[in-house]
Design a protein around this ligand. Structure first.
Ligand code: ADP
Ligand code: MG
Length: 404
C-alpha cells in the first residue's frame, strides 16, 4: 500500500472529484488532511483523516502529515489541488522527504512577479510588470506603459482584488485598497489587449504528455467588471494548426522554464490584436472552472483519474482522442441578494437540451456568487465547435436568474 496524503482544507465538490480519482487507484491508502471534515459519503474515500486548525498553514499541515506518517508509515505522495495551497504542500513534502514539486518551484508558479521574471529570462513573452511599493514606483511604471494597466496582488487568484486601472486617481485609490507599501507590494501590469485562452498540460518527469486548449468568452476580468456578462469557456474540437501551434510551443516552453517535473498545469495566455502571444500566468495544478470536467467530456475519458495516475503513479494512459468540442456556460444574473428564480430553462432545453451532458442550475435561496463562475453551469458537447458555440449563446441568452 502506498500512503497518499490528499489535503482538502474544505470539502468542495470539485476538490473531492480529485480525491475520488486518487482513491480509486490500485494500492493507494488515501489519507486526508482537512480543516473542515468532508460529508459522510466523501469521508469514505479516506482510510484515515487528520483535522488541522488551519488547513492553509504549512506548519499545521506538516504536523498533520507527521501524525499520518506515524500511524501509517512512509508517505508516497502529498497532493492537493487548491491554488493557495501549492507552496505549503511543497513545504510538507520537503519536511517529510516526499518526492514531488519543491517549495521554490511551487513558489515560481504562485508569485506572478517572479513567474514573469523567470518566463522573460527564458525569452517567453508576457506583460511588462512592476512590483509597486511607493507612489513613485507607480508613476515610473505608468510613464513606461501608460494606461490602462492591471493591478493585482502578486499571489492572487480568481480575479480577487484585480482591476483595470484607467487613471492616476484610480491607481492611487486601488493601491490604498490593496494596502500597498514596502512590506506589501502590489503588482502592476501592462494591459494586454486581445483574446484570452488557457492551455492545460499533463507533465510527467519533465515531459509534456498531454496538451489541451480552451478559449474564454470574454476574459475573466471583463466578466468580473461587467455584471451582465455570463462567462463561457469553450474547448474547440480541433486544437492543431494556425492559431494553436505557436501557443502550444509557448506553453510547453513555459512548463520547462519554470521547472515542473510532474503534474497538471494550467496556463492563461493572450493572442494580442496584432497576432503576437503573451503568457498571462501559469499554475502547477489542475485548472478550475470545470475545465478538467470539460476535458473529460472532450476526450471521453476520466481526467480526474488521469490526474491521479500522473501525480501518484507517474503514468499516463493516453494518448486520448479529442472527440468533441465542449462548452461550459456559467450562469449568473444582474442584481443582489439570493437566487429567487431561474427563468428560461425549459426554452433553453427545447433548443439545445440534446447537447447538454451535465448541468447544475442555480439553487433558489443561495446567496449570489461573487465569482465569474456564477451560480450554476451548463456543459454541452458536440463534434462541431460551431454547434457548441451557438449552444453557449443560446443558453446564456435564454436562461435568466432573478435575485431578491
Ligand atoms: N496584464 C493583463 N492584461 C489584461 N488582462 C489581464 C492582465 N492580467 C490579468 N488580466 C485579466 O485578469 C484575470 C485574472 O488575472 P490573473 O493574473 O490570471 O490572476 P488570477 O487568475 O490568479 O486571479 C485574467 O484572467 C485576465 O482576464
Ligand atoms: Mg488567472
Amino acid at each position: 500500500m502506498r500512503n497518499v496524503i490528499f489535503a482538502a482544507p474544505f470539502p468542495l465538490e470539485t476538490t473531492m472529484r480529485f480525491a475520488r480519482g486518487a482513491a480509486a487507484l490500485d494500492g493507494v491508502r488515501l489519507l486526508g488532511l482537512v480543516q473542515k471534515p468532508p460529508p459522510r459519503d466523501d469521508a469514505r474515500l479516506f482510510d484515515d483523516v487528520v483535522q488541522v486548525k488551519d488547513g492553509l498553514d504549512a506548519h499545521h499541515l506538516i504536523e498533520g502529515a507527521r501524525i499520518l506518517e506515524r500511524r501509517h508509515g512512509p508517505i508516497h505522495r502529498v497532493l492537493g489541488i487548491l491554488e493557495p495551497l501549492q507552496v505549503q504542500l511543497a513545504e510538507v513534502r520537503h519536511a517529510l522527504g516526499v518526492v514531488g514539486t519543491d517549495p521554490a518551484t511551487a513558489d515560481l508558479f504562485r508569485d506572478k512577479a517572479r513567474m514573469k521574471n523567470e518566463l522573460r529570462r527564458h525569452g517567453l513573452p508576457c506583460a511588462r510588470h512592476r512590483l509597486i511599493t511607493t507612489w513613485s514606483d507607480a508613476e515610473d511604471f505608468v510613464a513606461e506603459v501608460g494606461f490602462p494597466l492591471v493591478l493585482k496582488p502578486p499571489a492572487g487568484m480568481g480575479c480577487k482584488s484585480t482591476w483595470t486601472i484607467r487613471t492616476a486617481d484610480d491607481l492611487r485609490a486601488a493601491l490604498r485598497a490593496l494596502h500597498a507599501g514596502p512590506n506589501n507590494p502590489a503588482l502592476a501590469e501592462e494591459f494586454l489587449r486581445g483574446r484570452e485562452f488557457s492551455f492545460e498540460t499533463i507533465t510527467i518527469g519533465g515531459r509534456v504528455v498531454f496538451k489541451s486548449f480552451t478559449r474564454y468568452y470574454p476574459s475573466p476580468l471583463e466578466v468580473m467588471e461587467t455584471p451582465w456578462i455570463q462567462w463561457v469557456v469553450v474547448l474547440p474540437r480541433n486544437i492543431e494548426g494556425p492559431g494553436f501551434d505557436d501557443a502550444q510551443m509557448l506553453g510547453v516552453r513555459a512548463v520547462h522554464a519554470l521547472g515542473l517535473e510532474t503534474g497538471f498545469t494550467h496556463m492563461e495566455w493572450f493572442r494580442r490584436d496584432d497576432g503576437s502571444l503573451a503568457i498571462g500566468e501559469i499554475a502547477a495544478r489542475p485548472p478550475g472552472a470545470h475545465i478538467v470536467l470539460a476535458n473529460s467530456y472532450a476526450y471521453g475519458t476520466d481526467m480526474y483519474r488521469a490526474w491521479a495516475r500522473a501525480v501518484v503513479d507517474d503514468a499516463f494512459d493516453g494518448p486520448f482522442e479529442r472527440q468533441f468540442a465542449v462548452g461550459v456556460a456559467f450562469l449568473r444574473g444582474v442584481g443582489h441578494g439570493r437566487v429567487a428564480r431561474v427563468h428560461g430553462v425549459d426554452q433553453a432545453n427545447a433548443k439545445v437540451g440534446h447537447l447538454v451532458v451535465e448541468s447544475r442550475l442555480p439553487v433558489p435561496g443561495t446567496p449570489r456568487a461573487e465569482s465569474y463562475e456564477g451560480d450554476g453551469y451548463v456543459i454541452v458537447r458536440d463534434p462541431d465547435t460551431e454547434v457548441v458555440k451557438a449552444a453557449m449563446a443560446t443558453i446564456i441568452e435564454t436562461i435568466q436568474i432573478e435575485y431578491s
